[in-house]
Design a protein around this ligand. Structure first.
Ligand code: ADP
Ligand code: MG
Length: 338
């Protein structure tokens, strides 16, 4: 691609803040492949997320924002598996790369790599429409990984953090929400609110520490990338169960001051996506310890429902009516279910 492809790699990717020594990495960037050593009785979790300009981030996004988001959403998949971040590769497709763009991208990526102790071990560069493909590798003692398929009837369903802020942030950043044209602001959010929600979108918090500390209490887990209900549906399908969710318990964002209707606030939380919080199931007898250990990991967890027999997500609410979610309306509320 560029005349100075190797210079780009040396200057921006083999940089010490990104490609750092890590126990078990025998060879990083520079040869035809990297060499890593995996401790015995350990699973290597591997996950890839590709981010395409205009699809997974708005066209006007800054280089550092793109870099951080690309690595953070990948780290969220490791969190969902309760894997400890280890190393990653980076495939970068760029239409044209200015020194400034590459410098900002490398700095942003390095910040996240340092924060999570995950080292860049290789990648590829090509010219083309902008896209970032990251593959993350994490490690977990054998039998300690979390999966989607472990939920049992009676398990309690928890989510971390608050939901819907990613979808609101995408709207603030001028991106196109899959919630459709009715998902819009009633008034213009303040500068402070925009900054807050855009950060929630571009820099979600992968719940890595939470997952590592709480994995012994959790029976199944998924990260919320496509919206709580859609992702919970994946979890219950894998587990062969149903689920019931209490609408009033959903931890919607409390940082919206009047610029979004309460209906859209709830839609963002249930269907919005881009939150990268975790949805987990916990056996009833482990709930107390789970909540205590989650608190010690600085992670708010909220009980939102229960795993039940069935094959779909059911809703309960003391409020009559349904949620208009552009074809994803759920009107089968059953107020007195429990
Ligand atoms: P090859 O031609 O053998 O595929 P490359 O010339 O593409 O090798 O890359 C040279 C070295 O630089 C390899 O170790 C590769 O993993 C690394 N590398 C290339 N692009 C990137 C990138 N975007 N980020 C990190 N490492 C990279
Ligand atoms: Mg190559």
């Amino acid at each position: 691609m560029y005349k100075n492809e190797f210079e780009i790699i040396t200057n921006y990717f083999a940089a010490p803040n990104l490609s750092f020594d890590h126990e078990g990495i025998d060879l990083g960037i520079g040869d035809d492949a990297a060499l890593i050593r995996i401790p015995s009785a350990t699973n290597l979790s591997i996950s890839t997320d590709v981010l395409v300009e205009g699809v997974h981030f708005p066209i006007n996004a800054g280089a550092a924002q793109i870099a951080k988001r690309a690595l953070l959403v990948n780290l969220s998949d490791l969190a969902a598996m309760a894997a400890k971040p280890y190393c990653f590769t980076l495939g970068l497709i760029l239409p044209n790369a200015t020194e400034n763009w590459l410098c900002e991208f490398s700095k942003g990526l390095g910040e996240i790599a340092q924060e999570f102790g995950i080292s860049l071990i290789g990648g590829d560069l090509s010219e083309g429409p902008m896209a970032v493909a990251i593959q993350v590798h994490g490690i977990t003692p054998v039998n300690k990984s979390l999966r989607r398929n472990g939920a049992k009837i009676g398990d309690q369903i928890f989510v971390t953090g608050s939901l819907g802020e990613g979808a609101i942030g995408l709207l603030c950043a001028g991106g196109k929400s899959h919630l459709g044209p009715s998902f819009k602001f009633m008034s213009r959010p303040s500068e402070k609110a925009r900054d807050y929600f855009e950060k929630a979108y571009f820099q979600p918090t992968p719940r890595v520490d939470f997952a590592l500390n709480c994995r012994d209490y959790i029976s199944s887990a998924i990260d919320i990338s496509d919206g709580l209900i859609g992702d919970l549906q994946h979890l219950i399908k894998a587990s062969g169960t149903g689920a019931v969710i209490d609408i009033e318990k959903i931890p919607v964002s409390n940082c919206v001051d009047g610029f979004l209707s309460s209906e859209n606030l709830l839609r963002a939380a249930l269907f919005g996506g881009d939150d990268y919080e975790l949805c987990v199931s916990v056996a009833p007898e482990k709930c107390e310890d789970f909540v205590e250990v989650a608190g010690r990991s600085d992670t708010r967890v909220t009980l939102i429902g229960e795993i039940i027999a069935g094959d779909d997500v059911e809703f309960m609410s003391s409020v009559e009516g349904g949620i208009d979610a552009d074809g994803k309306a759920y009107t089968h509320f059953s107020p007195e279910r429990r």
